[in-house]
Design a protein around this ligand. Structure first.
Ligand code: ADP
Ligand code: MG
Length: 461
């Protein structure tokens, strides 16, 4: 998604602004005045991208709070006001930036359609290297990202960053773009997600514009591809991706990819692509340890101007074992409570919030015993059977689910997981995992029940 709405979107923007005015008037009778002044009126409708209405919020804190609390009511009310179903997204814009001028429809209508260039990528302002807190969990990925940003196309090509959600992969891609633009404002940096690549390619096939699609992909100097796992299992898209990849690499253009898994575990990815991905530097981002979590909370608080004492940050970091996105939500919650009550952030308040909202995330990552017991409870198969050797279908199925959940939650190696399950062979662990993942892709009920089970173990509050 491009960061700025294009000229062609301006008519939508005018409609969006009118609809938002109506929505705000409707909310006035429903929501407390403090919420209106602190959180809702400061939002500025920026434009519509596809079926998503984008709002600018003055700062990350308000963006996160609105996302957390009001996204459903805003989506419902705005869809009604626009007469079509839309999703909403909130970007944080630094306060000092002037608001975009209201579009002038006359001028817009006289502009020729811009079709031949991908709009310049404008990375999110705060996703910069200096806002990225370094720890054991991300040291290599950060070093790799900095190296390719300072000498694109020469050192590691491709750079492949993988890890679970909320651990900074997208942040690093944007940081690379900032850094490259700092050295060379003209550098043609393209950022897209695997999903976008797939959708745009399919669209170009349907509209007979594959050549045009290729031209757009290939005329770049740096290619940042986020969440590449999305193209796995999509044959034609992967084929196209493979050619683009080779083309760019052949001309020494820097490629940076992110994914939720390392190349070797992208089981539905074409083998040729997997080996290409492995050819450069492969680096992971992991769950941050307690000290890094504390440093992240303090750095976010400083950025947002939220006074947070070290003692309180440390308490939060030791109480909540979670990814950075969740930590940001935690800080937002604590700060919002303090702000609404007009009180400072005290240890007592932090304790109250952790107890109220984060009780289930307060331990370190779930143990293997907890995982097996939770699977046993959900699937109604005794834990001892799951740990045992029976090959009866329901038992083997529950065991595979336990393998899947263990891998997803702990990220342990296959060998280690095999050992946990009583010294089983690592290939059978991999097979079990793959089987459940494929089943989940096809079977919505299984997908929902496994996710539910995982949220019991590792709730994302
Ligand atoms: P991912 O792409 O891995 O799902 P994101 O890059 O979207 O994760 O990160 C989620 C949030 O966490 C973002 O707001 C990002 O700025 C923040 N974040 C992640 N890692 C760090 C870090 N090491 N230091 C500071 N902020 C981080
Ligand atoms: Mg991401």
């Amino acid at each position: 998604m491009s960061d700025q709405p294009s000229l062609l979107d301006h008519e939508d923007t005018v409609q969006l602004r009118a609809a938002w005015d109506r929505v705000l008037r409707g909310f006035e009778s429903e929501l407390p005045e403090t919420a209106m002044t602190k959180f809702l009126r400061p939002l500025v409708p920026a434009g519509i991208e596809g079926r998503t209405a984008v709002f600018d919020a003055p700062g990350q804190f308000i963006a996160a709070w609105v996302r957390d609390k009001y996204v459903d009511v805003i989506e419902a009310a705005l869809s009604e006001a626009l007469g079509t179903s839309v999703r909403v997204e909130f970007r944080d814009q630094p306060r000092e930036r002037p608001l975009p001028p209201a579009p002038d429809l006359e001028v817009v209508n006289r502009q020729p359609a811009i079709v031949d260039a991908r709009p310049a990528f404008s990375p999110i302002e705060r996703y910069r290297f200096d806002a990225f807190v370094i720890g054991q969990s991300n040291r290599l990925a950060l070093a790799g990202a900095k190296a390719v940003a300072s000498q694109p196309g020469t050192k590691y090509n491709p750079l492949f960053i993988y890890g679970g959600p909320g651990l900074g992969k997208t942040h690093l891609l944007h940081s690379i773009a900032h850094e490259i633009h700092r050295h060379d404002a003209q550098a043609h940096v393209v950022y897209m997600t695997g999903q976008q690549f797939a959708e745009e390619f399919i669209h170009s096939v349907q509209t007979n514009r594959v050549d045009h699609f290729r031209k757009l992909q290939r005329g770049v100097s740096v290619w940042l591809l986020d969440d590449v796992q999305f193209i796995a299992g999509k044959e034609r898209t992967q084929e196209e991706f493979f050619h683009t990849f080779n083309w760019l690499q052949g001309f020494g253009k820097q490629i940076v990819l992110t994914s939720d898994k390392p190349p070797k575990d992208l089981l539905l990815m074409d083998e040729r692509l997997r080996s290409r991905f492995e050819a450069g530097l492969v680096a992971d981002v992991q769950m941050p340890d307690t000290e890094t979590r504390c440093a992240i909370l303090q750095s976010k608080a400083a950025q947002e101007g939220i006074p947070l004492e070290h003692e309180v940050a440390m308490f939060l970091a030791t109480s909540v074992f979670a990814n950075v996105r969740i930590l940001e939500g935690l800080l937002t919650k604590v700060a919002a409570h303090a702000s609404l009550e007009g009180e400072p952030i005290t240890l007592a308040l932090a304790e109250e919030i952790v107890e109220k909202y984060y009780r289930n995330v307060t331990t370190v990552k779930p143990s293997f015993d907890q995982i097996v017991e939770t699977v046993a409870r959900h699937l109604q198969i005794p834990a001892s059977e799951i740990r045992g050797v029976s090959r009866k279908a329901p038992i083997a199925h529950a065991r595979h689910v336990a393998v899947y959940v263990t891998r997803e939650i702990t990220g342990d190696s296959w060998k280690h997981i095999g050992a946990l399950f009583g010294n089983r062979d690592h290939t059978s662990m991999m097979h079990g995992y793959k089987k459940i993942r494929e089943l989940m892709n096809r079977d919505k009920d299984l997908n929902a029940s496994v996710r539910l089970l995982m949220s019991d173990l590792f709730p994302e509050v």
